[in-house]
Design a protein around this ligand. Structure first.
Ligand SMILES: [Zn+2]
Length: 295
């Protein structure tokens, strides 16, 4: 026992007295919280290493949206995030065949690392939006556990498939045009399709970033809300519409042998989760201790 205490370090133990040991993984601490902290909304840290105070729960069903997979309890975010979803889903509901949006993961009630799934989504500013058109917004809780989204990709993400529609283009475009949005992640074929189809102002395309996966949902990342000095923005996307870069991703998918930089097929180039140490509370911004301890 004495040896164990020496190993953990007395200081760290005191900080967490009566709670968990300093060795407890942050994902277990944050994953155990069922409610937001009763604090003013605030974001601490970065998308992949942080937490959120005073988060708001996206109502599980709204006039133009439904939150999916409610058992995960990840429909919590910054008030900006909730407002954004309300607004974008109202836009989506005007598209033919759409009654609104199905919303996947946002964040846990107090943000932080998750027990399963994403590495980001830690500060209530990341939103997964299903590609499946929300043809109705009265699905039961049970149905929302079981139904799946649809994939929009063909040829490993080099192209869109027949499920892609102009409505997807318009909804993703509308999201990108929102001033709160910093970037949107979607599979390379979708970005190139949007590049090819866009005949108007191309400025918004800069925010649409080709990425691995992201063919069952697109991922919206909001910028740090004003006044959140402890929230860390990602550096902005490269200048320009990014269409050439997206075409390079596609080229790498189609010709994996010649792949240079980001090759979506080259699993080996992706950092292996095993080599990445999992965060303990002390790895996160110090404010996350009070976010966790707050009622
Ligand atoms: Zn996501």
């Amino acid at each position: 026992m004495i040896r164990l205490f020496a190993f953990l370090g007395i200081g760290a133990l005191c900080a967490l007295a009566g709670q968990e040991s300093a060795e407890t993984l942050a994902k277990q601490l944050f994953g155990a919280k069922a409610e937001a902290s009763r604090q003013k909304p605030a974001v601490y840290g970065s998308y992949s290493k942080g937490c959120a105070a005073g988060s708001v729960q996206l109502p599980e069903t709204g006039p133009t949206w439904q939150a999916m997979r409610l058992s995960r309890n990840r429909n919590w975010g910054h008030p900006h995030t909730i407002e954004f979803i309300e607004k974008l889903s109202a836009f989506a509901a005007k598209q033919p065949g759409w009654k609104g949006l199905y919303i996947g993961d946002i964040s846990q009630p107090r943000g932080g690392p998750m027990l399963s799934g994403h590495r980001s989504h830690q500060i209530g500013l990341d939103i997964d939006v299903w590609m499946l058109p929300a043809s109705r917004v009265n699905l039961s809780r049970q149905k929302r556990e079981n139904i799946s989204s649809i994939s929009l990709r063909r040829s490993n993400g080099a192209y869109v498939n027949d499920n892609w529609s102009r409505a997807h283009h318009r909804i993703i475009k509308q999201a990108a045009k929102d001033r709160r949005v910093a970037r949107i992640f979607v599979f390379p074929g979708a970005k190139v399709q949007m590049c090819n189809d866009e005949k108007g102002n191309r400025k918004y395309l800069r925010k649409i970033r080709p990425w691995w996966g992201h063919h069952y949902h697109f991922h919206v990342r909001l910028a740090c809300p004003k006044g959140n000095r402890n929230c860390v923005n990602q550096s902005p996307p490269p200048k320009g519409d990014g269409c050439d870069e997206a075409r390079e991703w596609v080229n790498n998918i189609l010709n994996p042998g010649q792949a240079k930089k980001p090759d979506p097929n080259a699993k080996k180039t992706k950092p292996k989760p095993k080599t990445r140490r999992e965060y303990v509370l002390a790895d996160l911004p110090q404010q996350c201790v009070s976010v966790l301890q707050s009622p």
